[in-house]
Design a protein around this ligand. Structure first.
Ligand code: MAN
Length: 537
């Protein structure tokens, strides 16, 4: 029964095919009725049936010659059984080139065309099937992405609103501690400043005393005849007072340093003279060193009469009261220094004022704070610690809120499927560069041979056509191109089972194009029906 039916169907098909003029598709067969006048399909003229395919073009639209090359504007239908029917322009009919895969366009037998439709059809079906399978696998992954993306969005939204509520409490707690901190820090600062001020004053007094001792020492050295007056002849023996550098200290020069007097006693020396000369004055040992460093002739010109300047006699230093500067005093100074050096080792020292050290002078350390100040510091430290913890909590919450907002403001596709790409970077190396794409963040390029990374853009927006905007991404405002625009990247997205940067090029200077495959771009494949695609047969 089945075979009988099949036979009838086949016969009727061949009968129909046989009745159809050459080059006419089954869809248009009804317009070509053998024996009846033919009405040109679009231009509308009517011609006798014999004019159809008589190798002469009668219709303006060329439809009377579907199976010959007579009409320049005509079309020939290739049946292409086993593959897919298609039209070719009439001029290709019997032109010696096989255009239809079934070879039906070359029927005058000038050349012999094989039938490759089955093979082409099979290849195409295989490709289609491979793509369908890719879509299917990719779509499965995409569904996971969609679920993850939606869950992530819900979680992030919930966390954000929770944090926004907490933020008010955290800020209030911090501000409350800030008030307490201010309260305990005020007396602390005051006490510390008091201590510091007292220390500065003590240091200044000590310095002044040291200076007076130095002055007395210098006075004793200058006062060569030990008459308790430093007079100008004594000053003249010190070449450092030679203002005009003529090799001698004139009377005027010496007197000028003595406040225009002939001589001064120790009190005046300490009060008025020392300040002006202390940076110039050289103690005898130092003066001697300088002299030794000079060439002989310079030393020879030490006095006007040509005789070398006699070496000054170094008197033992004396105290301001005229008594000798005894060694015990030096020891006292040493003791002072020891006292402060020892203080350095103590645990909680007071802050030291950062003054530049004078040459040869040990910097003195501030003594530790007194007990009362120390207690204030400890009390303030406790509140400061509390405050730092509370402030850190606010900062952490703020950072988290900013991160969440940044995530939530991005469009991850209609079903959140692209969120799986966030925080991921992908690289591709070609002959010259390694290209990098960090999804929803940035794109970049760095020379393969090493060197710095160049920004090719920051995440901008979706860049596909209006009807499919998730087909491409745009990264923009990258590093400026020399004499050109800032670099930008156009990323084309394709369905694939893995997230992969598969291509990178620079179609025009500083405008880059990436190809990227991702399951997020896979569509739900059409269900397999087991039927071949419609082929006009
Ligand atoms: C660099 C790279 C290239 C780019 C030129 C433009 O060499 O970023 O891709 O074309 O700069 O000067």
């Amino acid at each position: 029964m089945f075979y009988k039916l099949l036979l009838i169907l086949s016969l009727s098909f061949f009968a129909q095919a046989a009745e159809r003029p050459r080059g006419v598709s089954s869809a248009k067969a009804s317009f070509y009725q053998p024996g009846k006048d033919f009405k040109c399909l679009t231009s509308g003229e009517t011609v006798p049936w014999e004019f159809v395919n008589d190798d002469y073009c009668d219709c303006k639209d060329g439809t009377d010659e579907p199976g010959t090359s007579a009409c320049a504007n005509g079309f020939f239908f290739c049946e292409n059984r086993g593959h897919r029917g298609s039209y070719i322009i009439s001029s290709r009919v019997n032109d010696g080139i096989c255009d239809c895969c079934d070879g039906s366009d070359e029927f005058d037998e000038k050349i012999k065309c094989g039938n490759t439709c089955d093979e082409i059809g099979r290849k195409e079906r295989e490709e289609r099937e491979a793509f369908r399978q890719l879509q299917e696998q990719g779509y499965k992954i995409k569904q996971e992405y969609m679920q993850q993306g939606k869950r992530a969005k819900d979680e992030k939204r919930a966390r954000l609103s929770e944090l926004e509520k907490q933020m008010a409490e955290l800020t209030a707690a911090r501000d409350e501690i800030q008030t307490r901190k201010d309260e305990v820090e005020a007396p602390e600062t005051e006490a510390k400043e008091r201590h510091q001020k007292a220390w500065e004053e003590l240091k200044a007094a000590r310095q002044a005393e040291k200076d007076r001792v130095k002055a007395a020492h210098a006075f004793a050295e200058l006062d060569a005849n030990r008459d308790n007056v430093v007079d100008y002849p004594e000053m003249q023996k010190h070449l450092e007072f030679d203002i005009d550098s003529d090799g001698t200290v004139s009377v005027e020069e010496a007197r000028e340093y003595l406040d225009d007097s002939d001589g001064v006693d120790l009190a005046k020396f300490q009060d008025k003279i020392w300040t002006n000369i202390k940076d110039i004055y050289k103690p005898p040992a130092e003066a001697q060193e300088t002299k030794e460093a000079l060439p002989d002739e310079d030393v020879a010109t030490g006095s006007q009469d040509g005789t070398p300047t006699p070496k000054p006699v170094i008197p033992p230093p004396r105290q301001p009261d005229g008594s000798d500067f005894d060694e015990d005093d030096e020891e006292d100074e040493e003791d002072d220094r020891d006292y402060y050096e020892a203080e350095e080792d103590e645990e909680d020292r007071g802050e030291d004022s950062a003054k530049p050290k004078e040459a040869g002078e040990e910097e003195e350390k501030m003594p530790p704070y007194d007990e009362e100040t120390q207690k204030l510091i400890e009390a303030a430290d406790v509140v400061r610690k509390e405050y730092d913890e509370a402030a850190d909590k606010v900062k952490d919450a703020e950072n988290e809120v900013n991160g969440l907002k940044k995530y939530l403001e991005v469009d991850y596709g209609p079903d959140e499927e692209f969120s799986a790409l966030r925080d991921q970077c992908f690289e591709l190396t070609d002959r010259e560069y390694t290209y990098k794409l960090c999804a929803f963040d940035k794109s970049s390029q760095r020379p393969k041979a090493g060197g710095i990374e160049t920004s090719l853009g920051k995440w901008g927006h979706w860049y596909g056509p209006e009807e499919d905007k998730y087909d491409a991404m745009k990264y923009e405002n990258g590093q400026s191109c020399w004499n050109g625009p800032s670099r930008s990247t156009h990323v084309n997205l394709h369905c694939g089972v893995e997230n992969k940067l598969t291509g990178a090029s620079e179609p025009s200077r500083c405008e880059y194009q990436f190809e990227f495959t991702t399951p997020a771009r896979c569509k739900q494949p059409e269900p397999v029906t087991g039927q071949h695609q419609h082929t006009e047969l």
